[in-house]
Design a protein around this ligand. Structure first.
Ligand code: OGA
Ligand code: MN
Length: 280
């Protein structure tokens, strides 16, 4: 059966329909899906009802799934973690935990941050719970040339432990996990290995400081870049349908969860991250 592709946002995100991923797609279909992702940064495969093994096989078409031992996972599938409206901050105040409610890119504190993240919406709220995205290629390209040239020279130290106060809740991190994840230094502007395009690489609550700048000055610059990048012309908001598998590219996007669905409404996602490279 042929895949039908439909653009979702004005300048990024595309939906694929007509696939049943309970059996593996043809090599040709897999190549079309990869191409759609590189060209549109976000790929939504609609209408799936598949088991964790088939989900993992699907995401493996895009790269190598990675295990993050500190996140709860589906029994028997350590690479398929879960994200639920029932998650509570057990190490903190016990309140509902909405992971990723600040604009961010996933796992930038790692030496090789995940290239892609996939979320599979098994239960989605009737209202709220959208995921928002900002296109960091477009945000970079819209800056004046002199500004781009300056930003191209900067390096940023990213740390797992949130380095700044007042940026909202995150999952509490056990000291032994923190000890395994030393800070990493990445360029503020990175070049995408598949497309060759440059993108701002910003994840506000993981950025400890900009190398060579005063902390405050670096934080102001990061805030300014985030404010610039989340303007409507660079963003897309995904309204979830049950059965959506959304795969996005962390190397050229920021994203953000919304915890705006009512208390008691359920949201349940299975999440897979795909190994990335050292950002350059
Ligand atoms: C994530 C994330 C957003 C959401 O899984 O990395 O940020 O809407 N999720 O759940
Ligand atoms: Mn995230």
């Amino acid at each position: 059966m042929a895949i039908t592709f439909t653009k979702l946002g004005g300048h990024m995100a595309i939906a694929a329909e007509g696939l049943d991923l309970s059996t593996p797609p043809s090599a040709e279909a897999a190549a079309q899906l990869r191409q759609a992702l590189w060209e549109n940064q976000i790929l939504c495969i609609r209408g799936q009802a598949i088991a964790p093994g088939a989900y993992l096989a699907t995401i493996s078409l895009f790269g190598e799934p990675q295990v993050r031992p500190e996140i709860p996972h589906v029994e028997g599938f350590p690479a398929v973690t879960t994200l639920s409206s029932e998650d509570r901050d057990l190490k903190g105040d016990g309140k509902r935990l909405v992971a990723g409610a600040n604009w961010h890119s996933d796992d930038t504190f790692m030496a090789r941050p995940s290239a892609l993240t996939a979320l599979y919406g098994l239960i989605v709220p009737e209202v709220g719970g959208d995921t928002e995205y900002a296109n960091m290629y477009a945000a970079y390209e819209a800056l004046p040339q002199a500004r781009r040239q300056y930003l191209d020279t900067l390096k940023v130290v990213h740390a797992m432990k949130p380095a700044r106060e007042g940026l909202g809740r995150t999952r509490s991190i056990a000291p032994e996990i923190l000890a395994q994840c030393p800070p990493s230094t990445h360029p503020l502007v990175r070049t995408h290995p598949q497309t060759g395009r440059k993108a701002l690489y910003v994840s506000r609550n993981r950025m400890d400081h900009i190398v060579g700048l005063e902390r405050e000055e670096g934080h102001r610059l990061i805030d300014e870049l985030v404010e610039h990048a989340i303007q409507p012309q660079f963003t897309y908001r995904h309204r979830w349908r049950q059965g959506d598998i959304v795969i996005w590219d962390n190397r050229c996007l920021m994203h953000k969860a919304n915890g705006d669905y009512p208390e008691g409404a359920r949201r349940f996602m299975q999440r897979i991250i795909v190994a990335g490279e050292v950002p350059v």
